[in-house]
Design a protein around this ligand. Structure first.
Ligand SMILES: Cc1ncc(COP(=O)(O)O)c(C=O)c1O
Length: 376
């Protein structure tokens, strides 16, 4: 059995450090925010090259607070993609704003920047860009459009901790960055967790207050806030794991490079990187014409895979919007039928990568047209 990922192996690598971090918090009995969360905020801000990092209780809360902190609300529009985890879109709804979709690029699965400008209306206030699967979106054209139209840029970095675009760390390229520490992410908590990053002191101050009931001083809220605090135990565990994140990222990149090589002989599309980015491979996602068959065959061979994501948001019942219908975002709709994420995690083995790749090549062999045969 080869799992999609193995969180137990990750825990065992760091068991003694994680256990003592947890005990340290239990002994201090400072469970909410506190020293551990401030220390993690500082360390994570450094990791992201951001001036501020605010710990929150999930990536969803991070997105919600980013939108609120940027002053986005009822009647406003936010440009984003329909091919993402639905938290991206749900939170736009939480603040009373409307999601405006643009399709994705068929190579990278990220926002097709060529479509952004045409989508802007006089009610558009922000671009919420997702760095899907661990690869940064093409940020320069997005920043350029945002500057010209006075739009705020929010980055959904839930899947891309430590990724870089032209030497800049994601989460500090736009105005506000939103991270998730859901256990399956490149940096995962032992439960829920998230983080907002920014270089803007005003956004950071407002978001810092909103995550803790809008308080400046205890029992004196100045904003209508939320209980979105990051528990100290999660911060303590995340501090331990953050020290391993670079090594884990390198391992992911090496396994991804091995898949790239081994899948040359498969009739599948491998991940495509744009120039000058650091892809951190939260997921190694291929495209296959006969995806469901491939997934069934891999499952029968004891190989676990997953589909991220089987439906674009505009076709989900919960997010149905009369402005959008099937066929409006052909690339997102085709990808939803064809994408398949293969096992990839820092603690897997090269032998497991070879085994997965061999099975993919067997089920979906490349259809070579041998030039010698065809010319005869
Ligand atoms: C792209 C994206 N955005 C947002 C989220 C939401 O994060 P969380 O599950 O921590 O609320 C996730 C992860 O689940 C995600 O993958």
């Amino acid at each position: 059995m080869i799992p999609l990922l193995d969180l137990t192996a990750q825990y065992h690598e760091l068991k003694s450090e994680i256990d003592s971090a947890v005990v340290r918090v239990l002994e201090s009995s400072q469970f909410i925010l506190g020293k551990e969360t401030s220390a993690f905020e500082e360390e994570f801000a450094g990791y992201c090259d951001a001036d501020y990092a605010i710990g929150v209780n999930s990536g969803t809360s991070a997105l919600h607070l980013a939108l609120l902190g940027a002053g986005i609300g009822a009647g406003d529009e936010v440009i984003t993609v329909p091919f993402t985890f639905y938290a991206t879109v749900a939170t736009i709804g939480y603040v009373g704003a409307t999601a405006l979709y643009v399709d994705i690029d068929p190579g990278t699965y990220n926002m097709d920047v060529r479509q952004v400008e045409a989508a802007i209306t006089e009610r558009t206030r922000a671009i919420l860009v997702v760095h899907l699967y661990g690869q940064p979106a093409d940020m320069d054209p997005i920043l350029d459009i945002a500057r010209r139209h006075k739009l705020i840029v929010i980055e959904d970095v839930a899947q891309a901790h430590g990724s870089e675009y032209k030497g800049r760390r994601t989460g500090s390229i736009g105005d506000i960055g939103c991270f998730s520490f859901y256990p399956t992410k490149n940096l995962g908590a032992a439960g829920e967790g998230g983080r907002v990053t920014s270089n803007n002191p005003e956004y950071a101050r407002t978001i810092g207050m909103l995550r803790n009931w809008g308080e400046v001083n205890r029992y004196h809220p100045v904003l209508k806030g939320y209980n979105y605090r990051l528990p100290a135990i999660q911060s303590a565990i995340l501090r331990v794991k953050l020290r391993r994140l670079e090594a884990w990222t390198k391992a992911r990149q090496e396994f991804a490079a091995a898949y790239d090589r081994l899948l040359e002989d498969a009739d599948v599309m491998r991940p495509v990187s744009i120039p000058d980015v650091r892809h951190v491979y939260c997921l190694y996602t291929i495209r296959a014409a006969n995806r469901d068959h491939l997934q069934d065959e891999l499952r029968d061979a004891g190989i676990q895979t997953a589909v991220h994501y089987p439906l674009p948001i505009h076709l989900m019942t919960a997010y149905a919007d009369e402005r959008y219908k099937a066929g409006d975002f052909p690339v997102a709709e085709a990808c939803a039928q064809q994408v398949l994420s293969l096992p990839l995690y820092a603690h897997m083995t090269a032998a497991a990568v070879e085994q997965v790749a061999a099975k993919v090549c067997e089920v979906a062999p490349k259809k070579y047209l041998d030039p010698l045969l065809t010319s005869r």
